[in-house]
Design a protein around this ligand. Structure first.
Ligand SMILES: NC(=O)c1ccc[n+]([C@@H]2O[C@H](COP(=O)([O-])OP(=O)(O)OC[C@H]3O[C@@H](n4cnc5c(N)ncnc54)[C@H](O)[C@@H]3O)[C@@H](O)[C@H]2O)c1
Length: 266
């Protein structure tokens, strides 16, 4: 498992769910990982878990909407590991409200974290990558909600769809520097793996909130993806195997977006 040996990866939003799963998957392929989160526990426990598994990681507490903190975070990564090869923009605020109810403050924060946070992390990591002159790979975590109009989730859907074109535009800005930018689209995610990872990190198991709709019945594959499935796709996009891939969206959604909308497959 050495597809990323010698590479350094920043992953933002390293909760035990998707970001923690991606950080773990990158570390399992030999990357040194900088685990970044506004929550000191999510940053530190993710890094500690990777180290306990035999990998190399540091945790950095950072609010991705604060440009000074983002610059300091990228500086920490450079000082610790001598440079950065991979950035995974995963930090985000999920959930939301309809356009009728959404308070401006909450809209601004969700757009700020999901969209502006990705912009700031990309800007400062890419500047370092340009200086390093060894290229790089940037992955933006989107959502099926960015491809479709989801009711009751106005800021989330808007920010995630903005990220799809942010990815294409940033890919064009950075192509001459050998930096590839791609997005990855997850969908509703099976909760079990995140719960197990939280327990591995020493956290108490929390009860899952049930979904109103049975999502697994509605996706063509009949089951929902887990964070490890996203991690494998991020490893590919981060690796030299994806050397000719930039500006694309890679969907790991069990077929959700490809489905003809009225069809209920399961
Ligand atoms: N869970 C799903 O079903 C699902 C589906 C599609 C896409 N996604 C996307 O995957 C990503 C991760 O989702 P998750 O389910 O693991 O969510 P999560 O809430 O478990 O993790 C998000 C992390 O982002 C961190 N964060 C929030 N604001 C931040 C800030 N300002 N600065 C730094 N870190 C901040 C949080 O502390 C948290 O650790 C998100 O971008 C989300 O939109 C999730």
């Amino acid at each position: 498992m050495t597809r990323l040996a010698g590479k350094v990866a920043i992953v933002t939003g390293t909760s035990p769910n998707i970001g923690g799963g991606i950080a773990e998957g990158l570390a399992d392929e030999g990357a040194k990982v900088v685990c970044v989160d506004i929550s000191a526990d999510n940053a530190g426990q993710c890094a500690d878990w990777i180290k306990r598994r035999g990998g190399d990681a540091i945790g950095v507490t950072c609010d991705v909407t604060d440009e000074g903190e983002v610059q300091a975070m990228v500086g920490r990564a450079r000082d610790a590991y001598g440079g950065v090869d991979v950035l995974v923009n995963n930090a985000g605020i999920l959930g939301g409200m309809s356009v009728l109810e959404m308070p401006l403050e909450r809209w601004n924060r969700q757009i700020g974290v999901n969209l502006t946070g990705t912009f700031l992390c990309t800007k400062h990591t890419a500047r370092l990558m340009v200086d390093q002159k060894r290229g790089g790979s940037i992955v933006v975590i989107v959502s099926t909600a960015g491809h479709q109009g989801q009711a009751g989730n106005i800021a989330y859907s808007t920010s995630k769809s903005g990220l799809l074109n942010f990815t294409r535009a940033a890919a064009m800005d950075l192509v001459k520097h050998g930096i590839r930018v791609n997005s990855l689209t997850p969908t509703a995610t099976d909760a079990e793996e995140g719960q197990a990872r939280a327990a591995s990190w020493g956290r108490a198991r929390t009860e899952r909130g049930g979904r109103l709709l049975d999502f697994a019945k509605m996706v063509p594959m009949g089951r929902l993806p887990s964070p490890r499935h996203y991690a494998r796709a991020v490893v590919f996009l981060a690796s030299d195997d994806a050397e000719m891939i930039t500006g694309t969206d890679f969907r790991v959604d069990a077929g959700a977006i490809a489905k003809y909308w009225p069809w209920i497959p399961n």
